[in-house]
Design a protein around this ligand. Structure first.
Ligand SMILES: NC(=O)c1ccc[n+]([C@@H]2O[C@H](COP(=O)([O-])OP(=O)(O)OC[C@H]3O[C@@H](n4cnc5c(N)ncnc54)[C@H](O)[C@@H]3O)[C@@H](O)[C@H]2O)c1
Length: 251
């Protein structure tokens, strides 16, 4: 795959939530490959440490449960102390667990929003003052095309992703005068280990292929390509929007 190079990203500090596996790990690697200093948090200590060790220089990792707002705020502050002010924030963390809406307790609803929605707001508010001081920044909120399609058994997840899309617009308007851009990035079905393990059966994949224009698998790299673009100065006049990377789902 041809890979774009964004020289303006080099040397910048990027913070990624949920960066130890899946799309997040790819984001960490790809931003690092652009010469960025990359901080990331995740629940998975071993995978996080292994990724940080593999990339070695200019990487900061902490095991952090993003549902603990104070811990997430502290991680962003400490990462900035270690690597420099965060001017790119990728709100990537999520949990797409399936559930029956009618059997979902209020506690489970709140717990899902605590992973799928709250960290995007908490981290954005924590990083914004640094971005403002630095003369600007880019926040990329990883959403999902499921916010638009609304599949069953994902009510809490799709509600959170829909809220993230709206959050982008409001923050983009509020922080635009400070040159802080806020965009959503909505993947279609991306092949990760977790998806293969849990849901991407041959039957489900065949059905997905019928729904998309481009009959090939989407990989984390495809999402990272879009995230790099949105983070870079090449997207300097793009804010408050939702970039869909879904192989062209049409039905
Ligand atoms: N994979 C897909 O097909 C797909 C499709 C649409 C959108 N997305 C979105 O892309 C993003 C990444 O998806 P993915 O498939 O790589 O997800 P994933 O579930 O494979 O990875 C999420 C990461 O977040 C971490 N995490 C989960 N809960 C956490 C918590 N409380 N605190 C800290 N870390 C926690 C996990 O350990 C994991 O490393 C998500 O926002 C997801 O909604 C993915």
């Amino acid at each position: 795959m041809d890979r774009a190079n964004y020289p303006d990203l080099s040397g910048r500090t990027v913070f990624v939530t949920g960066g130890a596996s899946g799309i997040g790990a790819c984001l960490v690697e790809r931003f690092h490959g652009q010469g960025c200093k990359v901080a990331f948090v995740d629940l998975q200590r071993d995978s996080g440490q292994a990724l940080a060790a593999k990339l070695a220089e200019g990487v900061w990792f902490r095991r952090c449960d993003v549902t603990d707002a104070a811990a997430l705020q502290a991680a962003i502050a400490d990462a900035a102390d270690a690597l420099g002010p965060v001017t790119v924030l990728i709100n990537n963390v999520a949990n797409d667990a399936r559930h029956n809406a009618a059997e979902t307790s209020v506690e489970a609803w709140r717990q899902s929003l605590a992973v799928n929605l709250d960290p995007a707001f908490v981290a954005s508010v924590a990083a914004y003052p640094m971005m403002k001081l630095e003369g600007g920044g880019s926040i990329v909120n990883v959403s999902s095309i499921n916010a638009m399609w609304g599949p069953a058994h994902m009510a809490t997840y799709v509600a959170a992703k829909g809220a993230i899309n709206s959050l982008c617009k409001s923050l983009a308007r509020e922080w635009g005068p400070d040159r802080v851009r806020v965009n959503a990035l909505s993947p279609g079905w991306v092949v990760t280990e977790r998806q293969l393990e849990l849901w991407l059966t041959p039957e489900a994949e065949a059905q997905w292929r019928e729904q998309v224009a481009l009959k090939e698998r989407l990989y984390p790299d495809d999402i990272a390509n879009a995230a790099l673009f949105l983070a870079s100065d090449s997207a300097r006049m793009i804010t408050g929007t939702n970039l869909v990377v879904d192989a062209g789902r049409l039905g």
